[in-house]
Design a binder for this molecule. Structure first.
Ligand code: ZN
Length: 266
């Protein structure tokens, strides 16, 4: 049985604001404009928290590895939006050459189309994690039922294909709403975001992508890159393939140890 959902302190406080506003407006009718103002402000905060990927206001969110993992000089490379039959196998070869393991946040409907690529990720010692079934840009507007169906469908697909149940979920572009936390708890998944990203679905300049990822990279960081939807370099190459060899060299020079998210918790 999944554990009972416990709301974050911020959500509990929001519920208290709602109750106080309603009770106040009933007890003192002249106070209703203030009550409405309090509710509007609270809703703006709730929406804002969901549109801020590294926020922890709506529930637990792994944005950096644990202190113990950082002490071991671990970092986590996380690679989103695959499987991509053209790019993912080449990413796997680059990771193998550096003897590095990564976490791949795969999209359920793409995994159905390219199951052999998902299996190859796991066969080479990496982890497949859950990035939703549809990867909808409107994910943060979904109600709890639709959110649960989307995530559960991807969870079933990825588990069937790889024989390994994902432990982590990441929302499309990291955007979410207060319904997500109880849905994830019900499915036994944990939310993972990132410490560093390079907007590599939009920026095709390898130098800029490298600098955004590597400049302040330190132990404990979670790095986000994309094998699916990867921007192209001026030469037409997926930018992750241009950046990864140099980034992996930098990681080795700084004596950082890339591990999967699951491994970092052990
Ligand atoms: Zn994505």
């Amino acid at each position: 049985m999944p554990a009972r959902w416990t709301p974050s302190p911020f959500l509990s406080a929001s519920a208290a604001v709602h109750a106080a506003a309603v009770l106040g407006a009933v007890a003192v009718p002249a106070a209703w404009p203030w009550a409405v103002g309090a509710l509007v402000a609270n809703h703006a905060l709730l929406a804002g928290a969901g549109l801020w990927p590294s926020s922890r206001l709506l529930g637990p969110n792994l944005i950096r590895l644990t202190e113990a993992a950082a002490q071991r000089r671990e970092i986590a490379l996380t690679i989103d939006d695959g499987p991509d039959p053209e790019v993912t196998p080449r990413v796997l070869d680059l990771l193998d050459a550096a003897n590095v393991k990564a976490s791949f946040f795969c999209i359920g409907h793409l995994a159905q189309r390219h199951p052999e690529v998902c299996r190859e990720i796991v066969r080479r010692g990496h982890r497949v994690e859950n990035h939703g079934h549809a990867h909808s840009n409107a994910f943060s507007l979904f109600g709890p039922g639709r959110m649960r169906r989307d995530i559960a469908r991807a969870q079933a697909t990825l588990t069937d294909i790889t024989g390994q149940a994902p432990h982590f979920f990441r929302a499309t572009a990291g955007l979410r709403n207060p319904f997500l936390d109880p849905v994830l708890q019900g499915l036994g998944l944990s939310l993972a975001t990132w410490t560093r990203r390079a907007y590599d679905t939009r920026t095709g300049d390898p130098e800029r992508v490298y600098q955004r990822l590597a400049t302040r990279l330190v132990a404990g960081d979670i790095v986000l890159m994309h094998d699916g939807h990867s921007a192209r370099t001026p030469e037409g190459q997926p930018v992750i393939l241009a950046v990864l060899p140099r980034l992996l060299r930098t990681i080795a020079e700084r004596e950082l140890h890339p591990v999967t998210l699951v491994r970092s918790l052990s």
